[in-house]
Design a protein around this ligand. Structure first.
Ligand SMILES: [Zn+2]
Length: 323
C-alpha cells in the first residue's frame, strides 16, 4: 500500500474519545461484552475470533444500523436518544488537540503505527477521489463526511451509539463513526497486513455517504416504508451498492496514485467483503443460514460487487437495484 505524499488532513475529524488517544481510559469498560440486538435476536459479538471475522462482524453489525432504522431496535441504537445536530465544530475531546493529532499523524511512520492516522489518511483519499469522480460521473457535487472517533458511547443523529456497534455511517449527520476499541482491535489483530481490509471498511461507509448525497438512501427508505415485504431485499441492494462503490474508490485511488495497491492487497478487500456476507455471519453466529433474513447479501454477492466496482472503476456499474 502506497499513499500519496500529501499531508494527513485532520480537518474533518472529530474526536469524542473520552480518555485520551492511545490506551484511552474508557476502553475495556465492558461494553463489548454483551450481545448486540439485531432484528430481535441477540447476535454474539465475537471479539477475539480469528482473522477477518472480527472486522467482518463489526462491519456487519455496524452496517445493520443503517438497515431501515436497523429493523427491530436497530442494534445498539436507542432511537429515543436522537439528538440531531450534535456534530458541531468544537475542539477535539480526546485529550489531544487538532494540531497535536495532525502533528502525530504526519510524523514519520505514523500511518503504520497509528490506526487512527491510517483511517484518517484513507478517509482523505476517499474524499480526494470522490471530490473529482462524483461530479464527473453523476453531476452531483461531493462534500466530505465527518469522521468521528468515539469511545464508550456517543450521541448521533441516528440515535445513541455504544462502542460495541463498530463502524457505521449516520445519514442525518453525514458522518462516519468509529470507536476506539475497533481501531485498537484492528491494530492488534491485523497489524499492517490486513490494513487494506480496513480501507475497504472506510470506503464502504463512504459508499453510504454517496448514497445520501445522491438521494439513493432516502429513496430506499421510502420504498421500504411503502413495501415492508421488500425491506430486506432493498437493504441488500443498498449494502451491495456500498460495496461496489468501495471497489470503485479502490480502483480510482489506485489509478490516480492516491493509494496504490498490490494484487494481494486487493485480495484482502475481497476477502473482507466476503467475510461480512450474511451467510458467513449467520453460519458463524447461529450455525445456520437463513436467506430470508439477509440484509447485506451473501459472501459471494458482496465479494463480486466489490470486484465489479474495482474492475470497472465506474459508479454507473453499481446499479444493484436493477435486478
Ligand atoms: Zn453498509
Amino acid at each position: 500500500m502506497d499513499f500519496d505524499d500529501r499531508r494527513v488532513d485532520v480537518g474533518g475529524v472529530q474526536d469524542r474519545r473520552g480518555g485520551g488517544l492511545r490506551g484511552g481510559g474508557l476502553r475495556g469498560g465492558g461494553l463489548r461484552g454483551g450481545g448486540l440486538r439485531r432484528g430481535g435476536r441477540g447476535v454474539p459479538v465475537a471479539v477475539g475470533g480469528g482473522g477477518l471475522g472480527v472486522v467482518g462482524l463489526l462491519l456487519v453489525l455496524a452496517v445493520n444500523l443503517l438497515g431501515g432504522g436497523g429493523g427491530a431496535g436497530g442494534g445498539g441504537f436507542d432511537l429515543s436518544q436522537v439528538q440531531p445536530g450534535v456534530l458541531g465544530s468544537g475542539p477535539l475531546a480526546g485529550g489531544e488537540s487538532t494540531a497535536e493529532l495532525e502533528e502525530r499523524c504526519n510524523g514519520e511512520g505514523a500511518l503504520e503505527r497509528y490506526a487512527d492516522c491510517f483511517v484518517i489518511k484513507v478517509s482523505n483519499e476517499v474524499d480526494e477521489v470522490w471530490t473529482e469522480e462524483l461530479p464527473a460521473a453523476t453531476g452531483v457535487d461531493y462534500r466530505p463526511p465527518s469522521l468521528v472517533f468515539f469511545s464508550g458511547g456517543t450521541s448521533t443523529g441516528c440515535g445513541g451509539a455504544s462502542s460495541e456497534v463498530g463502524p457505521f455511517y449516520c445519514p442525518p449527520d453525514e458522518a462516519i463513526f468509529l470507536d476506539l476499541d475497533f481501531l485498537d482491535q484492528l491494530q492488534a489483530q491485523f497489524g499492517a497486513e490486513g490494513r487494506y481490509a480496513t480501507a475497504y471498511i472506510v470506503a464502504h461507509e463512504a459508499g453510504h455517504h454517496l448514497q445520501t448525497l445522491l438521494g439513493t438512501e432516502r429513496q430506499v427508505r421510502a420504498a421500504q416504508q411503502a413495501g415492508p415485504d421488500r425491506r430486506n431485499a432493498l437493504s441488500v441492494a443498498l449494502e451491495l451498492q456500498a460495496d461496489c462503490y468501495a471497489g470503485v474508490w479502490g480502483r480510482q485511488a489506485d489509478d490516480r496514485g492516491n493509494l496504490s495497491v498490490t494484487g494481494a492487497e486487493v485480495d484482502q478487500a475481497l476477502r473482507a467483503a466476503a467475510a461480512v456476507g450474511d451467510d458467513r455471519i449467520q453460519q458463524r453466529t447461529q450455525g445456520r443460514v437463513d436467506p430470508e433474513s439477509w440484509t447485506h447479501g451473501s459472501a459471494e454477492q458482496r465479494r463480486s460487487w466489490y470486484e465489479r466496482g474495482f474492475t470497472t472503476g465506474d459508479p454507473a456499474a453499481c446499479d444493484t437495484f436493477a435486478r
